[in-house]
Design a protein around this ligand. Structure first.
Ligand SMILES: Nc1nc2c(ncn2[C@@H]2O[C@H](COP(=O)(O)OP(=O)(O)OP(=O)(O)O)[C@@H](O)[C@H]2O)c(=O)[nH]1
Length: 206
C-alpha cells in the first residue's frame, strides 16, 4: 500500500456569524451539494470533514459549523478557535444587523487565537433574496478590504445567482495548501496577519 495516502495535511475551517445567517445551510450545500429543506439552530458545533484533491495533493478539510446563538455556544468557544487555519465570517445580505455584528465576531476571534489573526474570508449569504434592507456590496467589500479578507456574495439556496460556495471553498483550500495569504492584496502592514497559522499545520503522524 501507498503510505502517503494516510499522511494527509489537515486544515480546520470554522464558520462564524449571527444566528440565522445560513451557516448550517452553507456547510450543508458544500458537503451534500444540496440546500437542506429544514434547518434548526445549531447547538454547540456541527463538525464535518472531507478529503479534497488540490493541485495533486489530497488534503483533509474539517469544517466546524458553529452556533450563532449565545446560549448554544458559550461553553464551546475555546474549542472552535483552537488550531483554526481559516475562518468564514458569514452575514445575511438582507439583514443589516448581521453585518453590523461582524466586528464583534472578529474581536472574539482575536481574543481566542492568542494574538494570531486567522486567515479569513467574508461571505454575504442569501443573495437569492431581494429584501428591502440589503447590505450594500460596496460597503461590505470595503469592510473586507479593511480587514484583509477576500469577499464573496453567495446563496446556499441558489448558488447560480452568485459566487458558488464550492468555488469559495476551493479557493480557500488552494491557498491553505500553498500556505499563501487568503487575500490577494493584503492591506499594507498586514501581511503577517494574513499568513496562514502554521502552528498546528500538517497534523501528520508519519
Ligand atoms: N433564501 C435563503 N434562505 C437561506 C439561505 N441560507 C439559509 N437560509 C435560511 O435561513 C434560515 C437559517 O439558516 P441556518 O443555516 O440554520 O442558519 P445558521 O446561521 O446556521 O443559524 P444558527 O445555527 O442559529 O447559528 C433557514 O430558514 C434557512 O432555510 C439562502 O442562501 N437563501
Amino acid at each position: 500500500t501507498d503510505d502517503s495516502s494516510f499522511c494527509l495535511r489537515i486544515f480546520k475551517i470554522i464558520v462564524i456569524g449571527d444566528s440565522g445567517v445560513g451557516k448550517t445551510c452553507l456547510t450543508h450545500r458544500l458537503w451534500s451539494g444540496r440546500f437542506p429543506e429544514k434547518s434548526e439552530a445549531t447547538i454547540g458545533v456541527d463538525f464535518r470533514e472531507k478529503v479534497l484533491e488540490v493541485e495533486g495533493e489530497w488534503i483533509k478539510i474539517q469544517m466546524w459549523d458553529t452556533a450563532g446563538q449565545e446560549r448554544y455556544r458559550k461553553s464551546m468557544v475555546q474549542h472552535y478557535y483552537r488550531g483554526a487555519h481559516a475562518i468564514f465570517y458569514v452575514y445575511d445580505v438582507t439583514d443589516e444587523r448581521s453585518f453590523q455584528s461582524l466586528p464583534v465576531w472578529i474581536e472574539e476571534c482575536r481574543r481566542h487565537s492568542r494574538g494570531h489573526d486567522v486567515p479569513s474570508v467574508l461571505v454575504g449569504n442569501k443573495c437569492d433574496l431581494h429584501g428591502a434592507s440589503r447590505v450594500s456590496g460596496d460597503v461590505a467589500r470595503k469592510f473586507a478590504e479593511l480587514h484583509g479578507m477576500p469577499f464573496f456574495q453567495t446563496s446556499a439556496k441558489n448558488p447560480q445567482v452568485s459566487d458558488n460556495p464550492e468555488d469559495i471553498l476551493a479557493m480557500v483550500a488552494q491557498r491553505l495548501k500553498n500556505q499563501k495569504p487568503l487575500a490577494l492584496n493584503p492591506p499594507l502592514g498586514t501581511e503577517d496577519l494574513c499568513a496562514p497559522n502554521t502552528e498546528k499545520r500538517g497534523a501528520c503522524g508519519c
